[in-house]
Design a binder for this molecule. Structure first.
Ligand code: SAM
Length: 271
């Protein structure tokens, strides 16, 4: 496994719409002007030099339209055949399954910490996180598909993972209390988020200070990626990095694994 440092994706500072500034004349006392000038300088220096952790998190998103309507229809089907998906998600030919132990090890999960396995599906990763956090920790296995959540609950009991809490969440929110988790893991799920801004906002609130998000997702490179990937996955890696930045997460590093040909792994930190 190699670790690649990557600077935060570029971002645009929020500001007035073009054409608005010149038309407003304000009377400001000189002392106040100096303070405003200094604050402005600090802001420019910060954005240039990259001290992004001082930037405030974005406010709650307004009602968001689906970015990929229908992408979860098969998971939401009450007739969802869980066994079929166990076969599909937990075969050694699926590289994110074959490399699951290496990925969890590289993340460096702390014993006693609280992890959210967001879109846990059949639980390919849940048990590994349960072992990593230990009995003093907790793993929330979250999904929007009731059949998967029932399965996750049964599986945790069968495997003796008493620290796993399987919980149904909504398509717009992970529905966790504020400041309740240390790490959110999102494997093969980000491109399934129909309302990524809302879901990531809910995660931002659920994460404790300094909390992290690890995303594993498909490389989407026109002319290189498989046709299926190009049709199924809406955004390439750089686009996802930019989205995460706008949702209040700094890219910390990209993790590389010899066994991953089709997927990237990024670690982000809440700011
Ligand atoms: C391709 S599966 C990946 C399952 C698992 N993470 C894995 O890698 O084996 C995508 C999962 O994300 C879930 N999902 C989709 N949108 C979600 C959302 N907004 N919040 C939580 N789970 C979601 C789906 O129900 C499905 O179980």
């Amino acid at each position: 496994m190699n670790v690649k440092f990557a600077p935060p994706a570029s971002f645009a500072l929020p500001g007035p719409a073009a054409g608005c500034v010149d038309s407003v004349v304000m009377k400001v006392p000189p002392a106040r002007r100096a303070a405003i000038g200094l604050a402005g300088l600090a802001l420019v220096a910060c954005s240039t030099l990259g001290c992004s952790s001082t930037r405030p998190a974005p406010p709650a998103p307004p009602e968001e339209a689906s970015v990929k309507p229908g992408i979860n229809d098969n998971f939401l089907d009450p007739e969802l055949d869980v066994d079929k998906f166990v076969e599909r998600f937990e075969g050694e030919s699926r590289e994110v399954f074959a490399n699951r132990a290496a990925i969890v090890e590289a993340i460096g999960v702390r014993p006693g910490s609280t992890v959210a396995d967001v879109g846990a599906g059949t639980g390919a990763y849940t048990g590994l996180f349960a072992e990593a956090v230990g009995l003093d920790g907790t793993v929330y296995a979250l999904d929007i598909a009731p059949n998967f959540v029932e399965h996750l609950e049964r599986r945790a009991t069968e495997e003796g993972h008493l620290n796993v809490v399987a919980q149904l969440c909504s398509e717009r929110s992970v529905d966790l209390p504020p400041n309740s988790i240390d790490l959110a893991f999102i494997c093969d799920v980000y491109h399934h988020f129909e309302f990524p801004r809302s879901t990531m906002h809910s995660l931002h609130e659920a994460l404790r200070e300094g909390g992290e998000v690890v995303i594993v997702d498909f490389e989407r490179i026109p002319g290189v990626s498989r046709e299926w990937v190009l049709g199924h996955v809406r955004a390439g890696k750089q686009e996802v990095f930019a989205e995460l930045d706008s949702y209040g997460f700094d890219l910390v590093e990209e993790l590389e694994f010899d066994g991953l040909q089709e997927n990237w792994v990024g670690r982000f930190r809440k700011r």
